[in-house]
Design a protein. Structure first.
Length: 211
């Protein structure tokens, strides 16, 4: 009787093991899909360039609208929502107004540093292996270039998006800044996801049906 019970228990354990293994493989596949399929270096450069161009056009178009259409420098501030205003700020620092007020020379120095960062991003984009990383790098580069254009044109970056909740107020920023932050966040999240699993050598094709 004990031998019979032991055999039944062993059979149940053996049945549970493949089920647990299939669940683990399923989780890995979901993570791999979220992270994206890996491709050869250089294949995703067009995607990154498209993302950069899209962000750059949106950034510059929004600044043109703020400066030339609604004339926000003269108006000063426009309330859109209880938590969102358009507030004109000439930022001579970096993203979100950091290092603002360092002097007239700071715009050229920061612009030169930003161009160096964009060059590094271009090299990184060439090595990008996933759709998420290519799009994120492109978004960061597009936002950085948009702010460099502002510095060369005006000596400062055009910031106008002001989000706040009651007395809690965040820095005034622009579309390019938002793209930079979203791109960095996407890269950080992607780094936490499992890499796409490589197929095992000599794997039984019949086992794929249960995955």
């Amino acid at each position: 009787m004990r031998a019979l019970l032991a055999g039944v228990a062993g059979g149940r354990a053996a049945a549970r093991a493949p089920a647990a293994l299939r669940a683990l493989r399923r989780c890995r596949r979901i993570g791999a899909r979220l992270r994206g399929s890996r491709v050869k270096s250089g294949r995703l450069v067009p995607l990154g360039l498209f993302a950069a161009l899209l962000v750059l056009v949106a950034d510059q178009a929004s600044k043109w609208w703020v400066l030339d259409v609604i004339d926000l420098p003269r108006v000063g501030q426009i309330v859109l929502l209880p938590v969102l205003n358009l507030t004109m700020v000439w930022n001579r620092g970096v993203t979100f107004g950091l290092l603002n007020g360092l002097g007239g020379w700071s715009s050229l120095v920061i612009a030169a540093v930003a161009l160096g960062v964009v060059a590094a991003l271009g090299f990184w984009l060439f090595r990008a292996r996933t759709l998420v990383s290519a799009a994120a790098i492109g978004a960061i580069a597009g936002g950085a270039v948009g702010n460099v254009i502002d510095r060369l044109r005006f000596g400062a970056v055009v910031d106008f998006i002001h989000a706040h909740v009651g007395e809690i107020s965040w820095y005034v920023f622009n579309v390019g800044d938002a793209a930079i932050v979203c791109g960095v966040a996407a890269l950080m999240i992607e780094s936490l996801l499992p890499a796409p699993a490589l197929p095992l050598r000599g794997a039984d094709p019949a086992s794929k049906e249960g995955r």
